[in-house]
Write a protein that binds this ligand. Structure first.
Ligand code: NDP
Length: 444
C-alpha cells in the first residue's frame, strides 16, 4: 500500500466521526501524491504525514454566560493548535451553531497550507464555538465573548497563537475578546487580529479577503489569456468576504449579479448595489429581503440557487460544501470558465473534480482566500513595530502577496507535471515549506 493510502486509512480510523476533517485530509493528501511519492522513503521514516494530520493540541472548554433573562447558558469552546513549524498558530474563531471539533480541525488543517502559501511566518490553527450570535443582544454577545476569552487567554499570545475573526466573529466580537484578554493578562499586545483601528487594527483588513480573492482571480485569468473586466460574476454569501469580493469585482470592471444568505438569494441583473448590500448586512444586520425591497431590479428567491444563474466566473463566498456536483454541472452547462473559492472548502470534492475535468479554471480557497490571513499577518507586523501603515500600503502588499501566491502554486503544479491543477499546486507549494521546517526542527 502506498504511504498516502496507509495514512489516509489510519486518519479515517482515528477520526471516524469527523467527516469535514476527513474530507480535507483526503483532498490534501491525494493531491500531494506526486511530491510524497517522490520522497516516500524519507517522509515515511520521519512520519511526516502522521505528524501533519495530528494537531499539536486541541483544546475544548466550557463557556458559561448569562442571557438577558438571567438564565445561565453553556456553550462549547474550541481551539485547535495544529502546526507551528513556520510561525505562531494563526487562524480565525468561528461562532456558529454548526461548529464542532471536526469542523474546527478541518479548518485548522487547511490553515497550515494556506498560511504557508502566503510566504509569511504563520503556523496553522483555528477555533470557535457552537454559540449562535444571531438574535443576541450586544450585552449577551459581550457576556459570551468575555467568558470565551477567560479560558482561551491561557493558551494564546502574540508569539504563540494569534486568533482572528471568521463566520460570526467580526469587529464587535474581536473588541470584546481583546478587552477581556487585556484585563486578565494585563498586557496590551497583538494577540488578536481584525482589531478596530483605534487599538491596533490594520487598514484594509476588512476588505482583505474579498479584495485578495479578486487579485488572485484576475492573475489566474490573465495567465490563461482572459480578462476579468466585462465578465458576469456570480457570488454566494453576503458577509465580509462576499461584500468586498463584489466591490473589488466591480472596481475591476466585472459585473457581479448575485449574493445570498442562509435563507435566500438575490439576482440583480443590473449588478449588485454594494452600498445597499452593506447597509442591509453590515448596518442593519437584516435579511436579503430588505435588499430586494429597496431595489426594483432585484429578484429575491428563497433557499439556494445562485449557481443556476448564467455567468463567466463563480465565487463561492458563504460556507463549506455549498457548491455540489449538480451546481457544478449547471455552471459548466452555462459556460462558466472560472471558479475561485472565497469561502473555506465551499466546493465538494466531486464538484471540484467535475469542474477541473471540464476545463474550468479552479482556484482553491486555501490560495484564493488567503488575503485575509495575509493581512492579519501584516497587522501583526504593524503591532510589533508599533506603527500603522496606510490603506494603500497594506492594499498594495496584499495585491503582490496574492499575485505571488498564484505564481507559487502555478509553478508547483508545473514542477510536478500537473500544470493547471491549482488544487494540487496550492497543496504542494504550501506543504513543501512546512515539511522543510519540520524536517529541520527534528522530531517534535
Ligand atoms: P460572514 O459571517 O461575514 O458571512 C457568511 C455569509 O455566508 C453570510 O451571508 C451567511 O448568511 C452565509 N452563510 C453562512 N452559513 C451558511 C449556510 N449554511 N448556508 C448558506 N449561507 C450561509 O463570514 P465571512 O464572510 O467572514 O466568511 C465566509 C467564508 O469565508 C467562511 O467559509 C470563512 O471561513 C471564509 N473565510 C473568511 C475570511 C475572512 O477574512 N472573513 C478569511 C478566509 C476565509 P447569514 O447572513 O444568513 O448568516
Amino acid at each position: 500500500m502506498s504511504y498516502v493510502d496507509e495514512v489516509l486509512a489510519k486518519v479515517k480510523e482515528k477520526n471516524a466521526s469527523e467527516p469535514e476533517f476527513l474530507q480535507a485530509v483526503d483532498e490534501v493528501l491525494n493531491s500531494l501524491r506526486p511530491v510524497i511519492d517522490a520522497n516516500e522513503e524519507l517522509y515515511r521514516k520521519e512520519a511526516i504525514l502522521e505528524r501533519i494530520t495530528e494537531p499539536d493540541r486541541q483544546l475544548m472548554f466550557r463557556v458559561p454566560w448569562v442571557d438577558d433573562k438571567g438564565q445561565v447558558q453553556v456553550n462549547r469552546g474550541f481551539r485547535v493548535q495544529f502546526n507551528n513549524s513556520i510561525g505562531p498558530y494563526k487562524g480565525g474563531l468561528r461562532l456558529h451553531p454548526s461548529v464542532n471539533l471536526g469542523i474546527i480541525k478541518f479548518l485548522g488543517f487547511e490553515q497550515i497550507f494556506k498560511n504557508s502559501l502566503t510566504s509569511l511566518p504563520i503556523g496553522g490553527g483555528k477555533g470557535g464555538s457552537d454559540f449562535d450570535p444571531k438574535g443576541k443582544s450586544d450585552r449577551e454577545i459581550m457576556a459570551f465573548c468575555q467568558s470565551f476569552m477567560t479560558e482561551l487567554c491561557k493558551y494564546i499570545g502574540a508569539d504563540t497563537d494569534v486568533p482572528a475573526g471568521d463566520i460570526g466573529t467580526g469587529a464587535r466580537e474581536i473588541g470584546y475578546m481583546f478587552g477581556q484578554y487585556k484585563k486578565i493578562r494585563g498586557m496590551f499586545e497583538g494577540v488578536l487580529t481584525g482589531k478596530g483601528l483605534s487599538y491596533g487594527g490594520s487598514l484594509a483588513r476588512t476588505e482583505a479577503t474579498g479584495y485578495g480573492l479578486l487579485y488572485l482571480t484576475k492573475e489566474m485569468l490573465k495567465c490563461n489569456g482572459k480578462d476579468i473586466a466585462g465578465k458576469t460574476v456570480v457570488v454566494s454569501g453576503a458577509g465580509n468576504v462576499a461584500i468586498y469580493a463584489i466591490q473589488k469585482a466591480q472596481q475591476m470592471g466585472a459585473k457581479p449579479v448575485t449574493c445570498s444568505d442562509s435563507t435566500g438569494w438575490i439576482y440583480d441583473p443590473e449588478g449588485i448595489d454594494v452600498a445597499l448590500l452593506k447597509e442591509v448586512k453590515e448596518v442593519k444586520r437584516a435579511r436579503l429581503t430588505e435588499y430586494a425591497a429597496a431595489r426594483p431590479s432585484a429578484q429575491y428567491h428563497e433557499g439556494k440557487g445562485v449557481w443556476s444563474v448564467k455567468c463567466d466566473v463563480a465565487l463561492p463566498c458563504a460556507t463549506q460544501n455549498e457548491l455540489d456536483i449538480e451546481d457544478a454541472k449547471q455552471l459548466v452547462a452555462n459556460g462558466c470558465f472560472a471558479v475561485a473559492e472565497g469561502a473555506n472548502m465551499p466546493t465538494t470534492l466531486e464538484a471540484t473534480k467535475y469542474l477541473q475535468e471540464n476545463g474550468v479554471l479552479f482556484a482553491p480557497g486555501k490560495a484564493a482566500n488567503a488575503g485575509g490571513v495575509a493581512t492579519s499577518a501584516l497587522e501583526m507586523s504593524q503591532n510589533s513595530e508599533r506603527l500603522s501603515w496606510s490603506f494603500e500600503e497594506v492594499d498594495s502588499k496584499l495585491e503582490s502577496i496574492m499575485v505571488n501566491i498564484f505564481h507559487n502554486l502555478d509553478d508547483a503544479a508545473k514542477r510536478y507535471n500537473v500544470a493547471g491543477d491549482y488544487v494540487a499546486g496550492a497543496n504542494i507549494a504550501g506543504f513543501e515549506k512546512v515539511v522543510d521546517a519540520m524536517l529541520a526542527q527534528g522530531v517534535c
